[in-house]
Design a protein. Structure first.
Length: 156
């Protein structure tokens, strides 16, 4: 597993993953087992829609459990570090140079990314461009929609 990809998460993100895993194992899995038992009691399994639906749901839940366990194994918790450079976990105020628009982003791991909350993945074009840079740096961002420049105004 040494060459498998690490997953950067905040402490809260790791807790959320663990809570979801616990819910799936302790609540959803038993619910599905009961649904399978109930469906089996209805008789002929070859024409039993309830049984088929429960088996499908079981496969989805078991797949998700496995995925979450792998994520937890690969998780690298982002420590809050005071630094003068942009790192994963930083809150960054940037200015889009062309139109002077200002945005604040939090750089997080890919599993915690939420563009609607301005949490961007460390693998996103903006994050890749600004990681390791300091305040007042201007950098060109290579994105699928073309190039643009951003200036780092503040790191906090």
């Amino acid at each position: 597993m040494a060459n498998e990809k690490e997953l950067y998460v905040t402490e809260q993100g790791l807790e959320d993953i663990k809570k979801e895993l616990e819910y799936l194992k302790l609540v959803r899995r038993p619910e599905i087992i009961n649904a399978l038992k109930d469906a089996r009691a209805l008789g002929d399994l070859s024409e039993n829609a309830e049984y088929d639906a429960a088996r499908t749901e079981q496969a989805v839940v078991e797949g998700k459990i496995q995925e979450l366990e792998i994520l937890i194994d690969r998780a690298v918790v982002i420590k809050e570090v005071k630094t003068d450079k942009v790192v994963i976990g930083s809150n960054v105020k940037i200015q889009y140079v062309e139109d002077n628009e200002v945005e604040v982003y939090t750089i997080v791991g890919s599993k915690e990314a939420d563009p609607f909350s301005n949490k961007i993945s460390n693998e996103s074009p903006i994050a890749k461009a600004i990681l390791g840079l300091k305040v007042d740096s201007i950098v060109t961002v290579e994105s699928p929609n073309g190039q643009y420049n951003v200036k780092i105004l503040e790191i906090f």
